[in-house]
Design a protein around this ligand. Structure first.
Ligand code: PMP
Length: 382
């Protein structure tokens, strides 16, 4: 039976990409691979809006985050880690693991980074000791998006690098790497780019390369200097995930054909439909409209109903797969992913199933109320 995979990654894979994922393998030290990696690199640059180097790693997103730490920092470096959820915590933990002195600022889960707090932190750093600011672009655990442009403006001429986890943001929401002066941005394949997990990408600004030269953190598999040297001859240091790269080439081609703006507009549209439907059922959302993610919507389970019971019923009775809450939000929220391959009727079906699920679990809903509100957003689209 058809399953609705409404997760914030992995997402369903469009048939055109599935075909590209099953192309015959090629020699990763030969000329066809050089063409492949050159095309993929150019496609990633378009998505990132950058002229910086972008390097591809054979790993999930977390490997890319680890690369961002070990290549540009050293044990004993002071970093400012901004966390608004589980993935912000993870970034800080990786820095700590490699011996950085982490000044971690936690913001309430469901809110965005308060840039005034960052401003005060940087102003208090009179000796300019922070070597980097760690930030999550789109916090998947709460459905909140941070203002990267605003953060970059606040950094001003402070020398700290901005290292960004945009694993679930890039390809879904705008990131202007060069215009916003973002030094290192990490993303992964299974979110906005809609291919199976297994490759991560990291962009590196000239300032970040200067920091690389000074970095003493241990690195081998994650050594981006080595990746850059190999890329110059059209190769990667280790045997690459070739099917992922042929899939990615097609995904990036698709992204270009549609155009960045159109993709981002569609993602915002799916977010707006989801939020209208859920709100009309009287449920509370974690994120305010102003900071709401276009990739995922996090919803509080109503009083007296376990979030896990909602997800279980959604899956078993309606074949709709949602994500749960992580860490301190476990069993308190459920999350609806609406990034990548999917369209308005997938979201509408999810809202319809949610209405029935809530009613079945004893929460008072008027059947059709959420669907109607969602349909009104669809009908009002110009
Ligand atoms: N950061 C963010 C914002 C994420 O959403 C995820 C994946 N959910 C990760 C990091 C980790 O990526 P991976 O699971 O691919 O290692």
């Amino acid at each position: 039976e058809k399953e609705y995979l409404m997760l914030p990654g992995p997402t369903p894979v469009p048939p055109r990409l599935l075909r590209a994922l099953s192309e015959p393998l090629i020699n990763h030290r030969g000329p066809s691979f050089k063409r492949l990696i050159d095309e993929v690199t150019e496609g990633i640059r378009y998505a990132y809006q950058t002229k910086n180097d972008v390097l591809i790693l054979p790993s999930s997103g977390t490997g890319g985050m680890e690369a961002a730490i070990v290549n540009f920092l050293s044990p004993g470096d002071k970093v400012l880690a901004l966390s608004i959820g589980a993935f912000g915590d993870r970034f800080a933990t990786i820095a700590q693991t490699y011996g950085c002195i982490v000044d971690k600022v936690d913001f309430e889960w469901g809110t965005a980074v308060d840039l005034n707090v960052v401003k005060a932190k940087l102003a208090a750093d009179v000796n300019k000791e922070y070597k980097a600011i760690l930030v999550t672009h789109n916090e998947t655990s709460t459905g909140v998006c941070n203002d990267l442009k605003g953060l970059s403006e606040i950094r001003g001429d402070h020398p700290a690098l901005i290292l960004v986890d945009s694993v679930s943001g890039l390809g879904v929401m705008e990131v202007k790497t060069d215009e916003w002066g973002l030094d290192v941005i990490v993303t992964a394949a299974q979110k906005g780019f809609m291919i199976p997990p297994g490759v991560a990408f990291v962009s590196v600004s000239p300032r970040a390369w200067a920091a690389y030269e000074k970095s003493t953190a241990p690195k081998f598999y994650w050594d981006l200097g080595s990746a850059k040297k190999f890329l110059e001859k059209g190769q990667t240091p280790v045997t690459p995930a070739i099917p992922q790269l042929t899939g990615l080439r097609e995904a990036l081609q698709l992204f270009r054909e549609k155009g960045r703006e159109a993709v981002f507009a569609k993602q915002r549209y799916l977010r707006d439909i989801t939020r209208a439907g859920v709100k009309a059922l009287g449920l509370k959302l974690l994120a305010d409209d102003a900071v709401a993610s276009a990739a995922v919507t996090a919803v509080w389970a109503p009083e007296g109903i376990e979030a896990k019971a909602i997800n279980k019923r959604m899956r078993e009775a309606h074949n709709v797969v949602l994500a749960g809450g992580q860490k301190k939000l476990e069993n308190k929220i459920f999350r609806i992913g609406h990034l990548g391959y999917g369209q308005h009727l997938d979201v509408l079906a999810t809202v319809a199933a949610l209405e029935m699920t809530l009613k079945e679990l004893g929460y008072p809903v008027e059947l059709g109320a959420g669907v109607k509100a969602a349909q009104e957003v669809i009908m009002s689209r110009k």
